[in-house]
Write a protein that binds this ligand. Structure first.
Ligand code: ADP
Length: 489
């Protein structure tokens, strides 16, 4: 075994600041609602500020849509569905999706900077992950638009109509793409509500729709908070609701829609197990663990928030992991060297603090590397808990922050039992050299996605979604079209 302490401390090296220029983005002072192809004043006459969580500076003001605004947006979407979009030749629909994909690529730097400013995530993530994957989703679903009968042979697919789509704040543009691309490819029109803390890339996307000359009303974007989302869910003019967010709100939506006939898909929380066997490539696994939980400050529903380590390597792995944490750079999201950006909101920071305090109270051992938190904005140091019992809240509840809980196991059976001991079932990771073990674990893990010797990998062709309280329905791939189609007998 190598002694990890013998190498030079990485803290002796400093990085010079490398900020991305922010002048590529010019936010308007105020944004209305994108309804019927135009930004319009809200009938509610209400507005709210949207800020940068890294500095608390106001970036713009956005409209808070009320019930009448929701009604107008659904009306515009219905009109667009009935008067053109649903009967447009599928190959023509595909052209619009391709155009949107190309425009997202063309405007990628602007979108990446806007995403990092409004959401707090490091620019290297928005630049290299969020925006390219959002464009890839549109490219991918553009390809399906005129091939639906091949995707579902002998089933005569037809669009549902108007879809209401509610998305969270952790991947604002990417979640928008996951929702809008398959819906449009299948011939539906949409009303999308971004999360209250991250509306700005959705509003830039509205401009992308205008540039792509997408027919008015095919995409409508209404900003607002949970009350706007609730109005959308209650509107009876929709054929489908697609929701990504907390399990609590997902359950409320399911109750609201019970018996209405409105189709529903839910992508909710997670508490993924990242399972590391003693035969794995250890340094590679350390990178996967770090990527699994500290990527996007842990604001990831499929984050590997429970690390299950096989006992013989636990001590060495934890020592190496702590040392790796010392090298993570926390700070300005626009700095190209930043690994950990700002927490998305004050409310989320408080939730993280509360759960971390419960971990300490219940008896887990906390470790945070030395790191200076900026004075303004919302920040939380990367955190590892050891000595965690399965019953602790930090092992059961979704923290949605940069906090890892470490548990150990001896046998594969014990790993499976612990991994599945959760109300959730969204994702899991397995690190081992043995292919047969990977296949065996993947079969027994109750998780929608199982990554092997990697973590947090996404591809538009690969379906994503959960079991149990992580929700139902799949997004991505051919499966992702199905929730937006009905099948004529
Ligand atoms: P979080 O707790 O992480 O903010 P939420 O589930 O509250 O996650 O938010 C996800 C999305 O759901 C956001 O767009 C939010 O505005 C919306 N939302 C919140 N409450 C409701 C509700 N009661 N009905 C519909 N949408 C809601």
């Amino acid at each position: 075994m190598t002694d990890v302490r013998q190498r030079t401390s990485p803290l002796e090296w400093e990085y010079a600041p490398a900020p991305e220029a922010r002048d590529i983005v010019k936010f308007q002072e105020r944004y209305g609602l994108f309804i019927g192809g135009e930004l319009v004043e809200p009938r509610s006459k209400e507005w709210f500020p949207t800020i940068s969580p890294a500095t608390e500076e106001q970036l713009a003001e956005v409209a808070l849509a009320g019930a009448e605004d929701v009604d107008a947006a659904v009306g515009a979407a219905r009109n667009a569905f009935e008067n053109g979009w649903s009967t447009l030749r599928p190959a023509e629909r595909a052209k619009y999706l391709y155009r949107i994909a190309r425009l997202l690529q063309e405007r990628s730097r602007e979108l990446a900077v806007a995403e990092s400013l409004n959401g707090g995530k490091p620019i290297k993530e928005s630049r290299d992950v969020d925006v390219p994957l959002a464009a890839a989703h549109f490219f991918y679903y553009a390809g399906w638009a005129d091939k639906l009968e091949y995707a579902f042979p002998n089933r005569r697919p037809a669009p549902l109509g108007v879809a209401g789509q509610i998305i969270p704040w952790n991947f604002p543009l990417l979640m928008l793409a996951w929702k809008i691309a398959p819906a449009l490819a299948a011939g539906n029109t949409v009303v999308l509500k971004p999360a209250e803390t991250t509306p700005l890339t959705a509003l830039i996307f509205a401009d992308v729709c205008r540039q792509a000359e997408l027919p008015a009303g095919v995409v409508n974007i209404i900003t607002g908070d949970g009350s706007t989302g609730a109005h959308l869910v209650r509107h009876r003019g929709l054929d489908k609701i697609a929701f990504t967010g907390s399990t609590e709100v997902g359950k409320a939506i399911q109750r609201e829609l019970a018996g209405t006939g409105t189709r529903l898909t839910l992508e909710l929380g997670g508490k993924a197990a990242n399972i590391v066997f003693d035969d794995c490539a250890l340094d590679q696994a350390i990178e996967g663990i770090v990527n699994g939980i500290y990527f996007n400050q842990g604001h990831v529903c499929c984050a590997g928030s429970r690390l299950l380590v096989q006992e013989p390597i636990a001590e060495l792995l934890i020592a190496k992991l702590k040392r790796r944490l010392e090298t993570l750079r926390l700070g300005d999201p626009l700095d190209k060297n930043t690994d950990i950006g700002a927490i998305n909101s004050r409310a989320q920071l408080e939730r993280i603090r509360e759960l971390v305090a419960s971990g300490e109270e219940e008896g887990a051992e906390i470790y945070q590397p030395p790191c200076v938190l900026p004075e303004k904005g919302y920040w939380f140091a990367p955190t590892v808990f050891t000595n965690v019992a399965q019953s602790y809240r930090i092992a059961q509840e979704e923290i949605f922050g940069p906090v890892l809980s470490v548990l150990t196991f001896r046998t594969p059976d014990e790993a499976i039992e612990k991994a599945n001991n959760t109300a959730y079932g969204l994702s899991a990771g397995v690190w081992t050299e043995k292919g047969s073990r990977i296949l065996c674990m993947a079969q027994r893990l109750r998780a929608g996605v199982v990554w092997a010797n990697t973590f947090n990998r996404f591809d538009p062709a690969s379906p994503f979604g959960g079991y149990k309280e992580s929700g139902f329905g799949r997004e991505g791939g051919r499966h992702g079209l199905e929730p937006y189609l009905r099948f004529e007998e």
